[in-house]
Every structure is written in C-alpha cells, then in structure tokens.
Design a protein around this ligand. Structure first.
Ligand code: HEM
Length: 430
C-alpha cells in the first residue's frame, strides 16, 4: 500500500526519472499506483506483441474514453470498437495518400515561408509558438483547403481553444465526479460550440459547393454520400480529432529539432546548405533533402513527441512469458526504448548516420523505434508529419540560423514538452 502511494507521488513529481528507475528492474515491471495494477514493458518484442500481434486483447483505456465521452465523440482517434475504427480509418485514408501529400506540401512550404518572412535579423523568436502556428496552418490547409485562408483566424482560434479544454490525463475523484454529472465549465461549452458552429458551417458549405474542393473535409462529406453512413456528427468528430491529433506533436518535433541544431552549429550549416541547393521547392524535392530527413529521424528518436503509449488489457493475456491480468494498464515508452543501449549503441549521442538507408525500416519493424506507434492504431498522419517537419526545417534553414537563449529540459505531459519557454535569436544567412 505504502509503495503504491509512493509510486503515485513519484510519478507526478518526476515522471521520466520514475520511468527510468522502474525500467532498470527488467523487461516486465509490474507496479501499483493507488489501486491500479500497472505494467511497464521494457523490450521491443513485448511492445510489438501489445501493439500488433495481441492487440485484440487491449484497448486504449480511460483517458481516451473520457476524451470521447466529454467532447470528441466517436472518431478515428477515440473509437475502441475495432469494426467502427476500421471503417473510420478506411474513410479517412484517401486523404493521407501520397498524392494528397503533394498538395499539402505546398501549403506547408507557404506557411513556413510566411513565418520566415516575418523575422528580421536578430529577432528573438518564441520557438514553440512559431512552430505551433506553422503546423496549425498545415493541418488547417489539409482539412479545409482553400477556404482556410478565408477562415484562417477562426481555424487558428478554434485549434488554440481546443488546447484549453484538454481532458486531464489523470482523473482525480473531483474530475470524475464532475464528468459523471456531465458538468462542463461555461468556457468549455463556449469553445466546443464555437468549434462545432465552425465545422458544421464548413460541412454545409461543402455540401452545396458548386466548385468541388479536394480537401479532407470534402472527402469525408463525399464518403458519407457514397457509403451511406458517415453522418454530420461523425464528420464533425473526425474533423475535430484530426485537428487535435494533427498539430501539437509536429510542433513539438520541430521545437526539439531547433534545440538539437542549437547544440550542433556545423549541422545547421550542413542542413542549411542542403536546403539552399534546392532552388525551387516542389514535392519531388523531398528526396533531395536526405540529410534533413535523417536528422528528423534522429530527433524523433531522442525527443519523441509521443513519449509513451498506454493500453489496458481487456482480458487475461500472455505477454512474453508472463500473464497480464485483465484490467492491467500497460505502459510502453518510446523515450526509454529509443535510448536503450541494448538496441542503440551510445544512445545519448545525437548521430544522424544511424539513419543511413535501410536502417530505419529495420528499427521500426522491430519496435526499437516507434515514434508513430504501431499496429492498426499507428499514426495515420506519419507521412504527413514527416514531410511537414522536413519541409518546414528546410525552408527556415535556407534563410536563418538559430541560437537559443537557454536549452530546455523535458516536461512529459501526454506529449513531451520543453520545461521552459524556448526562445531563439535568429540570424540571417549571409
Ligand atoms: C511528429 C508528429 C506526430 C507524432 C509523433 C504522432 C504520434 C502518434 C502516435 C504515437 C499515435 C498512436 C497512439 C496510440 O497508439 O495510442 C498517433 C495516432 C494518431 N495520429 Fe499522430 N503523430 C504525429 C502527427 C500527426 C498528424 C500530423 C496527424 C494528422 C494530420 C496525426 C493524426 C493521428 C491520428 C488520427 C491518430 C489515431 C489513429 C488511429 O487510432 O487509428 N498525427 N500519432
């Protein structure tokens, strides 16, 4: 009992330190937090079993259930029923097809150029805010296409408002009570209503639009007409889910990339030169940025924005040689696995040559590297996010070099945040 309360306090005070300490106990680490039985899995083979081979024995768990119940509803992100989830995934998939990414890449480039043009030599830039703005632009453009420009302010405000209605990760008894009686503060209700009005307005526009648009929202509306079953509420839910899932992680990835560059001025020059060699950026330029792509792979290894995943066993199940009882919360950490010396020699060293052709695929298949998760719930936005981060970095490094005021440490929330504002002085490339 004493141990389980101690775990709760330690996890809250020093989440990463506690994870690290637990991981030293072995590959299966059972422990308790309050009355909940937890299991930290500390080996890629075991992680793969949970996410892929035995995924039917697991659900995403309480946090996602609460997100679904409180305001997001059933969506790709929140649906636990495998059949409904599969259908959502099938309907949304065409919007993430490589030929669609080609269209989005232009929007990504334009938003990075707009940001870059707004800086002057010596400007002090709040990196987190700047990267959020770029990634909001990119996900907004993919969802709402050309109409984003008309509604830019509204989209940005809606997304930023979403941040304020975050569901807390841990439901204290007080939070549970409020949720049980359906209580939502007036400010939250207002934000949700504004978001809903905006999305429903966009859906109505798509339905009577004479000019066919080819954005994601149009695809969801058309999917409804063709397959007879995606109603307006679901379209709203899918749209809101993509807004939630689609910008913060990429913004964090870009923020950590700037931190990594600050520590390696020679690398800034090298990647800057790679970007400058591209005279005009087009979709087929991406393969001509191989070092920038390898750099981002290494950033996602050492600073994975999704730093841990959680599942709940819905039945008794064997993982490795151990029985995992129903109800156990299983934790798998990208942060720990990506820094495990058994799979990564000199794991703390930033070395982009680890990503020479052929290596990444193997690491991902074996789950020693899984920044985007795995199995049927693998991130649908993986290629979108990778392209986005490469394009944005290249566009910024074409003109600017970064020097941080102070490097940040880690603040692990649901995603991996810096523990202080990241402010960089930008200087123009001569
Ligand atoms: C660096 C950027 C990103 C990272 C690190 C990331 C990471 C992840 C991870 C780890 C998962 C799996 C969660 C789990 O299994 O519990 C996930 C799921 C998801 N991501 Fe991403 N993501 C990123 C960007 C994006 C973008 C740009 C979009 C959309 C435009 C997106 C949309 C989604 C959706 C909808 C899911 C749920 C998929 C499903 O359950 O079928 N993500 N993401």
């Amino acid at each position: 009992m004493f141990e389980s309360i101690r775990n709760m306090v330690r996890l809250q005070r020093d989440t990463l330190g506690t994870f690290r300490e637990l991981s030293r106990r072995g590959d299966h680490v059972f422990f308790r937090v309050g009355h909940v039985r937890m299991l930290l899995l500390n080996h890629p083979v075991l992680i793969k079993q949970v996410l892929v081979t035995k995924q039917k024995s697991f659900e995403k768990g309480a946090y996602i259930r609460r997100l679904k119940k409180n305001w997001l509803g059933s969506s790709l992100l929140t649906e636990e029923d495998p059949a409904i989830h599969r259908r959502s995934r099938r309907l949304a998939q065409p919007a993430f097809h490589p030929h669609r990414l080609e269209v989005y890449a232009q929007a990504m480039r334009e938003s990075a150029v707009r940001l870059s043009d707004s800086w002057k030599d010596g400007t002090e830039v709040d990196i987190s805010a700047a990267m959020e703005q770029v990634t909001i632009d990119a996900v907004g453009a993919s969802l709402f296409g050309a109409s984003l420009h008309r509604n830019k302010q509204e989209v940005t405000e809606a997304i930023l408002a979403l941040l304020r209605i975050r569901t807390p990760l841990v439901a204290t008894p007080w939070v549970r009570l409020k949720e049980a009686v359906g209580y939502k503060p007036a400010a939250h209700r207002k934000v949700i209503k504004r978001l809903d009005d905006f999305i429903y307005g966009m859906i109505a526009e798509r339905k009577c639009d004479q000019m066919p648009s080819d954005d994601l929202l149009t695809m969801l509306v058309q999917a409804r007409e063709e397959s007879g079953g995606f109603d307006e509420q679901q379209i709203r839910n899918e749209t809101a889910a993509l807004l939630v899932a689609g910008f913060e992680t990429s913004a964090l990835g870009l923020g950590w990339a700037i931190q990594a560059l600050d520590a390696q001025p020679a690398l800034q020059e090298e990647l800057g030169a790679e970007a400058t060699n591209l005279s005009e950026f087009a979709w087929d330029s991406l393969p001509r940025l191989p070092r920038t792509a390898m750099f981002m792979d290494e950033v996602l290894r050492l600073y994975p924005p999704a730093w841990s995943l959680q599942r709940v066993a819905v039945e008794d199940v064997e993982i490795g040689d151990r029985r995992v009882p129903r109800g156990t919360i299983v934790l798998m950490s990208q942060f720990l696995t990506h820094r495990d010396p058994r799979f990564w020699p000199e794991p703390e060293v930033f070395n982009l040559d680890r990503w020479a052709p052929g290596v990444r695929k193997k690491a991902s298949e074996e789950f020693s590297y899984f920044p985007f998760g795995g199995g049927s719930r693998v991130c649908i936005g993986e290629h979108f996010a990778r392209s986005e981060m490469i394009v944005v970095l290249a566009m910024l490094l074409k003109k600017w070099r970064f020097k941080l005021q102070e490097r940040a440490g880690f603040q692990p929330k649901i995603t991996l945040h810096p523990d202080r504002p990241v402010i960089a002085r930008v200087s123009a490339v001569n």
